[in-house]
Design a protein around this ligand. Structure first.
Ligand code: COA
Length: 188
């Protein structure tokens, strides 16, 4: 039986299930801790923190609500240090997680598209992220360097891992260096 997947903003009742899904997807609690730190920070964007929920038909929703969280994505705030001087707030996408037994079924893609749409609805110029170009290019992400924007990548990541998705209010004059907020301190 195939479960129906719905993407919606997270609620307080989802927090524990999100921790489980993010920990299972990444194989450690580091990213789940990151989600909690972002949520507790000024950079939290409630309309950009989304869950993918499956109806209980195929997943046996144990929460009594007929649905179970199978994926999560977060859009949250970061700072762009502008090339011409000054700073402005922007948004980034991180992290993205799908429960291991539900991967390769389009849920990650649905979450990315919904997160991008949430950022567009906030009239943001673009969304940045650090991730595999082979995955995110499917959803309209392209190298951030082509937009004149750099991200603080870990030493092991190739430059193309810095990705950007232009939105309706994109402005080519917005170039510079992305600075992650304190919630990301210490993450590899
Ligand atoms: C990345 C992730 C969210 C994708 O979720 P998903 O629901 O499986 O994604 P989709 O079904 O939309 O897409 C699956 C496709 O993406 C591909 N893919 C997944 N991760 C990829 C990666 N890092 N690089 C390239 N392709 C990747 C899969 O091979 C699959 O390819 P196929 O369509 O040719 O079979 C999921 O694998 C996951 O939670 N991984 C662990 C956490 C993680 O790495 N998150 C991303 C970094 S923040």
């Amino acid at each position: 039986m195939t479960a129906t997947i719905t993407i919606r903003p997270e609620g307080i009742d989802d927090h524990a299930a999100i921790r489980e899904v993010v920990t299972a997807a990444f194989g450690s609690a580091a990213e789940a801790d990151l989600v909690d730190r972002i949520r507790a920070s000024p950079e939290y964007v409630p309309s950009g923190s989304l869950v993918a929920v499956a109806d209980s038909g195929a997943d046996g929703g144990a929460d009594g609500q007929g649905e179970v969280v199978v994926g999560h994505v977060m859009i949250s705030g970061a700072t762009l240090e502008l090339s011409q001087g000054g700073v402005r707030p922007i948004v980034m996408l991180s992290p993205l997680a799908v429960r291991p037994d539900r991967q390769r079924d389009g849920i990650g893609g649905s979450l990315v598209r919904a997160a991008v749409a949430a950022a567009d609805a906030l009239d943001e110029p673009f969304v940045v992220l650090e991730g595999a170009p082979a995955y995110y290019s499917r959803f309209g992400f392209a190298p951030a360097a082509a937009h004149g924007i750099t991200l603080p990548l870990p030493h092991w990541a190739p430059p193309e891992a810095a990705q950007l998705h232009r939105l309706r209010h994109d402005d080519a004059s917005l170039t510079g260096r992305v600075v992650y907020p304190a919630a990301f301190d210490g993450l590899g």
